[in-house]
Design a protein. Structure first.
Length: 169
C-alpha cells in the first residue's frame, strides 16, 4: 500500500495564500461596494457574476443540468444555504461593522460546522470538539471587546455575520 504524504509543499502554501487573498478580498470589496449599492443588490451581483463565470465551465466540461424538481432540489438547497443566505447575512452585517471584523467572524464557520454535523448525527461531539468550539467562540467574544455593542448596533452586525457563518457551516 503506498504511503500518503500529508506534508504541505510550496505549491500548497501558495494556493492557500491565493485562496486567503481571494476570500478575504471579497470582504474588502463588499465594504467598498456597500458605500454605493444596497446590500441585496450586491448579493445579486455577486451571484450573477458567479453564474456568468461557472456556466461556460459547465458547458466546456459537458455537464448537463438536472431534469425535473427532484434533480434540482439539492442544488436549490445548497444555493440557498451556502450562497444566498450567508452572502445576504454577511453583507447586511457589514453595514454595521468593519469588513475586517466580518472576515474574522466568517472564520467561525468550522466551529458551527462541528455543531451542525453533531446535530445531524454525522459526527459525535467529543469533549475536545466541544472545548474547541467553546474556545473559538470565547475568542470571538475577546476579539470584539468588553461590550456587546448593541447600543452602537455593532452587535447586530456581529450577530448577522455569525448567522452567515452558521449558514455556511
Amino acid at each position: 500500500m503506498p504511503s500518503v504524504d500529508n506534508r504541505i509543499d510550496r505549491r500548497d502554501w501558495g494556493l492557500l495564500g491565493l485562496l486567503s487573498v481571494l476570500w478575504g478580498g471579497s470582504f474588502f470589496f463588499n465594504g467598498m461596494i456597500l458605500r454605493e449599492l444596497p446590500p441585496l443588490t450586491l448579493v445579486l451581483l455577486r451571484v450573477v457574476l458567479g453564474t456568468i463565470i461557472l456556466l461556460p465551465l459547465l458547458r466546456a466540461r459537458k455537464i448537463e443540468f438536472p431534469r425535473g424538481v427532484p434533480g434540482w432540489a439539492p442544488f436549490v438547497a445548497m444555493g440557498l444555504f451556502n450562497n444566498v443566505l450567508p452572502f445576504s447575512l454577511i453583507v447586511f452585517g457589514q453595514t454595521y461593522i468593519p469588513s475586517g471584523l466580518a472576515s474574522i467572524l466568517n472564520a467561525t464557520t468550522p466551529l458551527f460546522a462541528v455543531v451542525i454535523m453533531a446535530a445531524a448525527g454525522e459526527e459525535r461531539l467529543q469533549a475536545r470538539r466541544v472545548v474547541g468550539v467553546v474556545v473559538g467562540l470565547i475568542g470571538v467574544a475577546i476579539l470584539h471587546g468588553d461590550a456587546l455593542g448593541f447600543e452602537s448596533r455593532q452587535g447586530i452586525g456581529i450577530a448577522l455575520c455569525l448567522a452567515g457563518a452558521f449558514s455556511y457551516g
